[in-house]
Write a protein that binds this ligand. Structure first.
Ligand SMILES: Cc1cc2nc3c(=O)[nH]c(=O)nc-3n(C[C@H](O)[C@H](O)[C@H](O)COP(=O)(O)OP(=O)(O)OC[C@H]3O[C@@H](n4cnc5c(N)ncnc54)[C@H](O)[C@@H]3O)c2cc1C
Length: 669
């Protein structure tokens, strides 16, 4: 890494020149850096706004899942079978599915070698279980904190390798250059948060041949969210320079606690807690689900099933399915403005048309599971302690005592299946820019639980391999870099200067912009979508974007990172809403993890009013056979295009042929 200074508009700024700049320090970004080093590209740097922040290090669930090829005993499996199952989720390109399947073993054993404690038997067999949308027991887990353990092991590896790390540096812009009509990324600008008070507002410039973007999911656009608070996301950096977003309509939503953000899947539901709602003051308490379920058997079975049917799924609503619960929780919390809690201290209560709770009322599958687990007794908390004491301890360690307290919940945003588009080497349409991890939208409508972590590891490894073979050039000479990037750096710096007005309102104005974005997304762009409202909502989103760009001021440079992040989040939410609008215009109905309101549809249950009517998408509908891509073109117009889903490629499997190509270095291209 070379360090020098660059003069831009009369201000001298530090400039670092590297072959590859890795943005972010989640599991995907760290693996990218580690693999680059391993493949021989050591001229690299990691720049992160907050070492230890992000989803990987701070999120988890009852049993956080990692999806990989089945590796145990005589269980039949193959990469092609796994690719088919990934592809089956819908709107996922077949070539990407094959890469994720084909590379899953390498990625998984890399984590094992780094020390992630995935459980194995005495013969070295890595045991697995079935997760959602998984027919073969490919899932594994290192416990509730799988992704945190991955972060720890990868971080240690990066430390041992001595890779340069710029902590507390928030990237605010990507630098690009158009060569022969194609846009290339050539670096980035960051704000050093420890130097905001300096004359240069902490501006730091990176001159890089390649940029790996590992900034995670767009968590900061949602108000109701189970992403950790430290994760905001920065996909706007890529969208701003014309990167294509695909499947931006597809995210996952599900029940989670909100005081401490945590997924309430697995045993938290299998022990069958009581669902209670109260008014805003904690009064008028009642078990609201009882008004909608026709009998106790179907109610407790639906609660039990929520354990492994965790994300909301419109296919699981009708006939008193487990996803009806998400709708009812949403109705209580958002429509009726009440609060909803899980109570583990008592079994669901009967009364009215519902008989008293009894295990005998459960359906066969649920009853057998609880019997096998030896928990056909007592209260939900007693069962949870027996089945999964760490699940109780986890809340205790965040000052929530499930043995005494109610746990406040909501239907929260959890994961983005879509994101910035990449090819089979995870390179975007902007040359040399590689989105990896959750910021790269490889998944489609449905995905097997745990495949997000696999995708992050596979994609970052493939990006690193490609860079180390094909893009290993030295970074530009500083003068050449300056002539390509000076105007962009100057314009960002002037923009920052204009943003600062000592007479501007205080931090409140920053918070109000972010709240507006989050409120809008959670109401109109999350798990309930209303075709009647979407046009107006999109207009409001762009209106806020113009106001933030042109008018919003901050009182000092200390507020610049927040102001830039608001702009980024605002752009993301406007683009996501545009995608939702386009999807609805093309006749898109309920699918994946969201419900599209449709007056011509069917009600989820007769006790709900008519506005909840919905339809599922027909399998062969236009929106299910094509993937929606969206981007900003060079004239700053929003472009939308529907592209055919690529099938899974037939691989060349004849050894001699592949060997020949490999020897001629004809594989990585
Ligand atoms: C509650 C919960 C449970 C989950 N359970 C599962 C599961 O069981 N299985 C599964 O496969 N997936 C699961 N996921 C999803 C999975 O954890 C994430 O998709 C994955 O961890 C994302 O990793 P990442 O490396 O892409 O991003 P992250 O880990 O989010 O890292 C993003 C990084 O980018 C940095 N950053 C962002 N913007 C900037 C900027 N402008 N400048 C500098 N740095 C920046 C952040 O600080 C952070 O270091 C779950 C997610 C949640 C929220």
């Amino acid at each position: 890494m070379r360090k020098s200074r660059i003069e831009c508009g009369g201000i001298r700024l530090p400039i670092y020149s590297v072959n590859t700049l890795v943005i972010g320090s989640g599991a995907a970004a760290l693996n990218a850096a580690s693999c680059l080093f391993k493949y021989g590209q050591k001229d690299i740097a990691i720049v992160t706004d907050n070492w230890g922040g992000g989803t990987s290090n701070n999120a988890g669930s009852d049993k956080q899942t990692y999806y990989k090829l089945s590796l145990l005993g005589d269980l039949p499996d193959s990469p092609f079978e796994m690719a088919k199952d990934l592809f089956k989720g819908g709107c996922m390109h077949g070539d990407i599915a094959l890469c994720e399947a084909q590379n899953s073993v390498l990625a998984f054993y890399n984590l094992v070698n780094l020390g992630v404690p995935f459980p194995h038997d005495q013969y070295g067999g890595y045991v697995g279980y079935k997760t959602d949308h998984d027919p073969r027991g490919r899932a594994t887990s290192a416990g509730p904190l799988t992704s945190h353990l991955m972060f720890e092991c990868l971080a240690e590896d990066v430390r041992i390798k001595g890779i340069n790390i710029f902590n507390q540096h928030e990237v605010i812009s990507l630098l690009t250059e158009t060569i022969n009509g194609e846009k290339h990324v050539i670096g980035a600008i960051a704000l050093n948060k420890d130097k905001l008070d300096s004359e240069s507002f902490g501006f730091v410039v990176f001159n890089a041949v390649n940029v790996i973007l590992g900034t995670g999911g767009p968590a900061g656009i949602y108000k109701t969210s189970v992403y950790p608070e430290s994760q905001l996301g920065s996909s706007g950096l890529a969208l701003e320079v014309g990167a294509i977003g695909n499947n931006l309509t597809e995210s996952q939503y599900g029940l989670a606690s909100i005081k401490f953000r945590w997924n309430l899947s697995g045993s938290y539901q299998q022990v069958i807690p009581r669902y209670v709602s109260t008014d805003r003051d904690g009064k008028k308490k009642h078990e609201f689900l009882n008004n909608y379920f026709p009998d106790m058997g179907r109610l407790v079975t639906a609660i039990f099933l929520k354990g492994y049917q965790w994300p909301f799924d419109p296919r699981k609503v009708n006939n008193y399915g487990s996803s009806l619960i998400d709708i009812l929780v949403y109705q209580e919390t958002v429509v009726k403005k009440r609060k909803v809690y899980l109570d583990f201290t008592r079994n669901p209560g009967g009364g009215g048309k519902l008989e008293d709770f009894s295990f005998k009322l459960l359906d066969k599958e649920a009853y057998a599971y609880l019997k096998k687990s030896g928990v056909l007794f007592g209260t939900p908390i007693e069962r949870l302690k027996k089945m999964n004491q760490p699940a109780v301890d986890l809340y205790k360690s965040h000052n929530i005592d499930l043995t005494k307290e109610y746990l406040e919940i909501a239907v929260c945003a959890q994961h983005n299946n879509g994101g910035i588009k990449g090819n089979i080497w995870w390179e975007s349409n902007i040359k040399h820019l590689f989105p990896v991890g959750e910021v790269n939208g490889t998944h489609g409508i449905y995905r097997p639980g745990g495949s997000a972590l696999n995708s992050g590891q596979v994609g970052s490894k493939r990006a690193a391999l490609f860079i180390s073979k094909r893009y290993k050039k030295e970074p530009l000479d500083e003068e050449d870099f300056k002539s390509s990037a000076e105007a962009q750096i100057k314009s960002k710096f002037e923009f920052a200067q204009q943003k600062i007005d000592p007479h501007a309102a205080d931090r409140k104005s920053i918070h109000s912009a972010r709240s507006e974005i989050q409120e809008r997304m959670s109401t109109y762009g999350a798990f309930i979508r209303d075709p009647e409202k979407i046009k107006g909502v999109i207009a409001e989103a762009w209106d806020l974007y113009s106001r933030l760009k042109e008018k919003n001021k901050v009182p000092s440079a200390r507020e610049l990172p927040g102001a830039f992040r608001d702009l980024d989040l605002c752009l993301i939410h406007a683009m996501y809403l545009e995608a939702i609008g386009e999807y609805l215009e093309k006749g898109g109905q309920s699918r994946g993890s969201y419900l599209v309101m449709d007056p011509g549809g069917k009600k989820p249950c007769k006790e709900l009013d008519d506005k909840w009517k919905f339809h599922l998408n027909k399998k062969d509908s236009f929106v299910n056979k094509n993937i929606l891509e969206i981007y900003i073109d060079k004239n700053l117009n929003i472009k939308k295009q529907w592209v055919k889903i690529k099938p899974i490629p037939q691989e060349e499997t004849w050894f001699e042929n592949v060997w020949k190509k490999y020897m001629k270095d004809n594989i990585i291209k």
